[in-house]
Design a protein around this ligand. Structure first.
Ligand code: HEC
Ligand code: HEC
Length: 177
């Protein structure tokens, strides 16, 4: 790997803080080792493996994640790649820039990422009668694409109206009267 690509990899904040920690916080991370044949600079070769568990193919289930940091990473590694094509497939122009903030309208700004997000359109019980008639395309997109795809990527159980358990509209949108 060239130094250039190494720098790119290392430009991620998490990796960077790992280096800074490993270096005791003082040294600039990307500086060349003083001796040209120094075989192992302490942090660089091991860092990425140490800070990001490998096996991105085997996604952990969302429910098993404990820390905020794990959840944040899961969103970037699994939710974004799954949901970006869903939204862009529906409206490529409107969702040309699909980001964390597309769902976390207010939560991404204040940093809590709490869901449901009050910045998304609020849904009332009446909307569930009206929407299918008045905005069938949007309703169908939300009910048949966004919700099932998100349920799948989270490894969640679909919302069951009988028990009110499971993942549904109300996990993203505030539902109120
Ligand atoms: C498609 C919509 C969507 C996108 C895009 C999205 N998220 Fe999320 N996010 C959710 C939902 C839904 C939840 C709540 C899941 C649950 O527990 O029901 C969530 C939960 C979270 C949580 C946990 C919050 C808590 O209360 O502990 C974090 C952190 C988070 N997201 C960060 C991000 C980041 C960072 C990005 C961008 C890389 C992102 N999300 C993109 C839908 C989204
Ligand atoms: C994973 C999160 C998520 C789930 C689950 C979800 N939505 Fe959405 N919804 C969004 C996002 C993101 C938007 C788009 C906001 C935007 O365009 O800026 C949206 C937009 C909407 C809109 C407004 C569309 C428009 O044209 O302005 C309606 C209405 C809606 N959703 C209804 C629903 C219904 C009904 C369900 C359940 C069947 C549902 N949503 C499930 C995230 C979600």
């Amino acid at each position: 790997m060239s130094l250039r690509s190494a720098r790119l990899v290392w430009s991620f904040p998490i990796a960077l803080s790992a280096i800074v920690a490993a270096c005791g916080g003082a040294q600039p991370a990307a500086e060349a080792p003083p001796s040209s044949d120094a075989p192992t600079s302490p942090a660089l070769p091991e860092g990425p493996e140490a800070s990001s568990p490998e096996g991105a193919e085997a996604a952990p289930s969302w429910a098993s994640l404990k820390t905020f940091e794990e959840k944040r990473a899961f969103m970037g590694e699994h939710v974004m790649p799954a949901m970006t094509p869903v939204f862009q497939g529906f409206d490529a122009q409107r969702y040309a820039k699909f980001t964390c903030m597309s769902c976390h309208k207010t939560g991404a700004q204040e940093g809590s990422f709490k869901m449901p997000d009050p910045g998304l359109p609020k849904l009332s019980p009446a909307d569930f009668e009206k929407l299918p008639k008045e905005s069938p395309k949007v309703f169908q997109f939300m009910a048949e694409h966004v919700t099932p795809e998100m349920t799948k990527v989270l490894g969640a159980t679909p919302y069951d109206p009988q028990t009110h358990q499971g993942f549904g509209c109300g996990n993203c949108h505030v539902i109120g009267g």
